[in-house]
Design a protein around this ligand. Structure first.
Ligand code: KG4
Ligand code: ZN
Length: 363
């Protein structure tokens, strides 16, 4: 089965051709991402109206490029998958309208895919060049513990199958990537904040114990996340603790070494908060009779060097198969939409022309 997949939920217009064959891993035949980064840079954030207009211009050229890279014509496509939620409504509408038109004109199935859940699939994708790889069976993956950490989402899931997914926890304030980006701004690092902070924190000599920053636990049983207290602690470490709303005058500017130490201390606290909650989810799952077999992860922050090490170590310690996305599929892409879309179609799910673009997540 060859799927054409579209993704337009935020500021990347993406198209991909993904091949699903029995017992094999889903293979990415092509994956094209047209970033709108430069259009939004001067506003220091994504402007929804600019994003949707740019999607309108980019969607068909991006689809054409994905088909041409894959060396397939539209006639060879067996179905069309589209990220239809969550996201910016104007952006989602462009992808959904394009996917409906393509599926209708080709008389092929259409499948709407939840963007956040698709991130969980990104660690199972395989590139065309990597040859014949037998994929893990459903019994080797499920029940799975899922973690999505991106600029807009931070949540954990219990997956019994690709169609039976329950959210077990999520952030009560900032997403992890948002905290990285804001802390990067506090430290005066250039855009993109997350990767630059990762680099500074990972530099030789950066001492992750130099600053005693709070590791958010919330209550003793909570599976939710919180990053805003940690972000504020970094702000106070840089500018001093305000008294009656005023930052103290004469606070010394941090040296380059102190900045690197602060970045490393932040990274340690942020990543530790994630593994603490994963551990709790494992224990609470066990108490409910759920023996997780794998850890599915995705989202932009899974590109973080420290988090990748911590997640790998966590999975080894708890004898879980770890599926970390290759670096190119950590950030938003359409290959993950085609990956999960294929599993949903195989499970008998499909959408029709009534498919809606929805700003909120399905779980
Ligand atoms: O998944 P994504 O492309 O967008 C959303 O769906 O939100 O994730 C983007 C986020 C940004 O906040 C970015 O700073 C963060 O992922 N990010 C990182 C790293 N690479 C990207 N955060 C920490 N370390 C990194 N290496
Ligand atoms: Zn995303």
């Amino acid at each position: 089965m060859l799927l054409l997949a579209l993704e337009t939920s935020c500021d990347e217009t993406a198209a991909s051709v993904v091949s699903h064959e029995a017992a094999r891993r889903a293979r990415v035949v092509s994956s094209v991402v047209a970033s709108q980064y430069e259009l939004h840079a001067e506003y220091a954030g994504v402007v929804p109206e600019i994003a949707s207009r740019a999607h309108v211009e980019a969607i068909l050229p991006t689809v054409r490029e994905a088909l041409s890279e894959a060396g397939v014509g539209l006639g060879m496509i067996d179905g069309v998958a589209v990220g239809n939620r969550p996201g910016l409504i104007g952006s989602l509408l462009v992808g959904v309208a394009a996917a409906k038109s393509l599926a209708w004109s080709l008389r092929k199935p259409l499948i709407g895919v939840d963007h956040v859940l698709a991130h969980l699939y990104s660690g199972l994708l395989e590139d065309e060049a990597s040859g014949d790889q037998v994929g893990p069976s459903a019994g080797e993956i499920f029940p799975a513990l899922g973690l999505v950490v991106s600029g807009g989402h931070t949540a954990m899931y219990q997956l019994s199958s690709w169609t039976d997914v329950t959210r077990v926890g999520s952030t009560i304030d900032d997403a992890m990537g948002e905290a990285y980006d804001k802390v990067a701004t506090i430290l005066g690092l250039p855009h993109p904040g997350g990767p630059n902070l990762d680099r500074l924190a990972s530099g030789a000599g950066a001492d992750e114990k130099a600053f005693d920053l709070p590791i958010s636990r919330l209550s003793t049983t909570s599976l939710d996340f919180s990053f805003s207290g940690l972000k504020t602690a970094v702000l106070y470490a840089v500018r001093g603790v305000p008294v009656e709303g005023e930052y103290p005058a004469g606070k010394a500017v941090l040296s380059a070494g102190e900045k690197a130490n602060l970045a490393a201390s932040f990274q340690r606290a942020a990543c530790r908060a994630i593994t603490i909650k994963l551990e709790r989810a494992l224990v609470q799952g066990r108490d409910r009779g759920v023996a997780y077999r794998s850890l599915l992860t995705g989202g932009g922050v899974t590109a973080n060097s420290r988090l990748r090490r911590d997640l790998t170590a966590f999975a080894e310690q708890h004898k879980l198969r770890a599926y970390l996305p290759p670096m190119r599929y950590c950030m938003d892409n359409a290959a993950m939409i085609g990956g999960l879309g294929g599993e949903l179609l195989r499970a008998g799910a499909s959408s029709d022309m009534a498919l809606q673009a929805v700003p909120t997540a399905s779980r």
